[in-house]
Design a protein around this ligand. Sequence first.
Ligand SMILES: Cc1cc2nc3c(=O)[nH]c(=O)nc-3n(C[C@H](O)[C@H](O)[C@H](O)COP(=O)(O)OP(=O)(O)OC[C@H]3O[C@@H](n4cnc5c(N)ncnc54)[C@H](O)[C@@H]3O)c2cc1C
Ligand code: FES
Length: 340
Amino acid sequence: MKHRVQISESDDTFQVCAQETILEAALQAGIRLPHECTYGACGTCRVKLEQGSVHYDAFPMALTEAEHQQGYALICQAHADSDIVLSPSGGGLALPEPAVMQAVVQELHPLTPDIHHLVLRLPDDQEVFYLPGQHVNVRLPDRSERSFSMASAYPLGNEVDFHIRRVPGGRFTQDQLGRLMPGDTLEVELPRGAFCYHPDDWRPLVFAATGTGLAPIRAILESLLDDDDCPPVSLYWGMRTEADLYAREEIESWAGRLYEFNFVPVLSRADAHWQGRRGHVQDAIAQDFQDLSEYACYLCGSPPMVIDTKQVLMGLGAPLEFIYSDSFTFHQDEKNPVAA
Ligand SMILES: Cc1cc2nc3c(=O)[nH]c(=O)nc-3n(C[C@H](O)[C@H](O)[C@H](O)COP(=O)(O)OP(=O)(O)OC[C@H]3O[C@@H](n4cnc5c(N)ncnc54)[C@H](O)[C@@H]3O)c2cc1C
Ligand code: FES
């Protein structure tokens, strides 16, 4: 039996049958909806069900029970139980169309022993546009993809930059990145993803990042510098040691340029000299806030941090529709091939 799915913002419709996920059916019908991992781990494909209901073969990791109860669904895993009307996660924001292009390595230098700053130059004849918070997908020689978030609010000319952490055994970040030289080319697709700032929320902001999860949040914050409409901003950045805080000075220098800016580095393996906060970002937020019902929250970094922090925020009353997250999930060979 087939069900009808309607996208509320665009009035696009398509049919979905019982054995396909809603995302598979949408792509089959030529309708692009934000997605990334396709295995229920990143949360990029989250939608709000305005009508209808869904079920899962296995309940996805990136969805909380509370989100499910409140009508949110991850369409890369969801099967329709009825006709559906859904609202995609970009909400009313118009997400730019991604394009595949050849990027040239412009610059690569270490920020810490295991984090690199990579600058890519995109073709001069391509107009480069993305929303701060979005990411690029790098295509590897085996045609699998790796995602990295743009670390700046806007491209500088046709250059885009990234903070990339070396993953031990990682095919791109360990094997390929270390050998890249200026002038080398990479095939990339951008802009991807739906993680971006929602100015119409008009709420004070809490950002939580771990590791290079700072990159898209840095881009969003840079876009808010000297903005008269900037709401009060708190940023919690979790790292292991003080030496890992590669962007600390720059972010501290934004104190006068973001409204009521409260920057809180949180270290999980600080040495005895560290005077600042210790532990995990979600614990620091729980210590500092009693009620987040009037806030909008943005989370980015490791999947466990995103899941735990979401639970903490909900416990403090943060409404789900104002919690935005970008989970740095990993590539999975069998689940995420790029169509040849
Ligand atoms: C939307 C999005 C944006 C991202 N943006 C960034 C970014 O800006 N900067 C950044 O550094 N990373 C980012 N990531 C994470 C990055 O895409 C992955 O870490 C990627 O898999 C690394 O590729 P690799 O080829 O080096 O490792 P792989 O060959 O894919 O992985 C090798 C092994 O390491 C494990 N692994 C991979 N990544 C990690 C990790 N991060 N932590 C622990 N284990 C891991 C894998 O499960 C595998 O076993 C982002 C991910 C997503 C989904
Ligand atoms: S694309 Fe659905 S959770 Fe990642």
